[in-house]
Ligand binder design. Structure first.
Ligand SMILES: CC(C)(COP(=O)(O)OP(=O)(O)OC[C@H]1O[C@@H](n2cnc3c(N)ncnc32)[C@H](O)[C@@H]1OP(=O)(O)O)[C@@H](O)C(=O)NCCC(=O)NCCS
Length: 175
């Protein structure tokens, strides 16, 4: 069963919950997303929340918070590296450690793709996932992504090159 979650723009009240979520999740997130450093600070969270609201309004990046039905902050998902001329963007997502393994990321990505169909001119979304990141590969598959290829040394994480699986999510078909 799909978990009771929603996605929405970041709001000022997310600063402390985002900070707490990031700090509890260093062990699971930092290996794949280097922003989630062991010394992630309240100031980092404040800057992220403020800048994402502005980037969203300007259409530069679509980064949204994932929250539970009860309002608990669960993680984030978003579309970034937008290439307007090709109508394509990159997909990103993370879920705090204490909420992993109950379908939150898959549900959030499904909602994000539906949101993008409605609110953006994008035709396609790409996911670039380190080949060792099995949980993330599974999320991309479950959310309906098509596995296109493996790019050698495509991602550099903590200075180490990793092969990456390229996934594609089609938002619009030609008529
Ligand atoms: C990847 C991540 C977003 C998954 O969040 P989640 O809410 O736990 O994801 P879901 O519950 O929707 O699905 C996870 C799937 O991966 C599977 N999985 C989890 N850990 C796994 C592992 N070590 N090996 C294999 N499969 C694994 C789960 O069993 C589940 O698949 P299933 O439904 O077929 O059982 C979360 O672990 C995370 O934030 N990771 C760090 C950040 C990251 O890697 N982001 C993506 C960058 S490309």
């Amino acid at each position: 069963m799909s978990p009771d979650i929603s996605i929405r723009p970041y709001q000022p009240g997310d600063v402390i919950p985002l900070y707490e979520a990031a700090r509890e999740s260093t062990a699971t997130i930092y290996p794949w997303l280097p922003w989630c450093r062991p010394d992630y600070s309240l100031e980092d969270a404040r800057q992220w929340v403020e800048s994402r609201a502005e980037a969203l309004a300007a259409g530069r990046e679509y980064e949204l918070a994932i929250v539970s039905g009860a309002g608990r902050f669960l993680g984030g998902c978003g579309l970034n590296a937008i290439r307007p001329e090709r109508r394509v963007a990159n997909l990103g997502y993370w879920v705090r450690t204490s909420e992993r393994g109950r379908g939150v990321a898959t549900a959030a990505v499904t909602l994000l793709l539906a949101w993008a169909r409605e609110h953006t001119p994008l035709d396609r979304v790409e996911g670039l996932i380190a080949i060792e990141n099995t949980a993330s590969l599974r999320v991309a598959e479950k959310a309906g992504g098509t596995r296109l290829r493996v790019d050698r040394n495509r991602l550099k994480l903590h200075g180490v090159p990793h092969d990456a699986v390229v996934f594609s999510f089609t938002l619009r078909k030609e008529v």
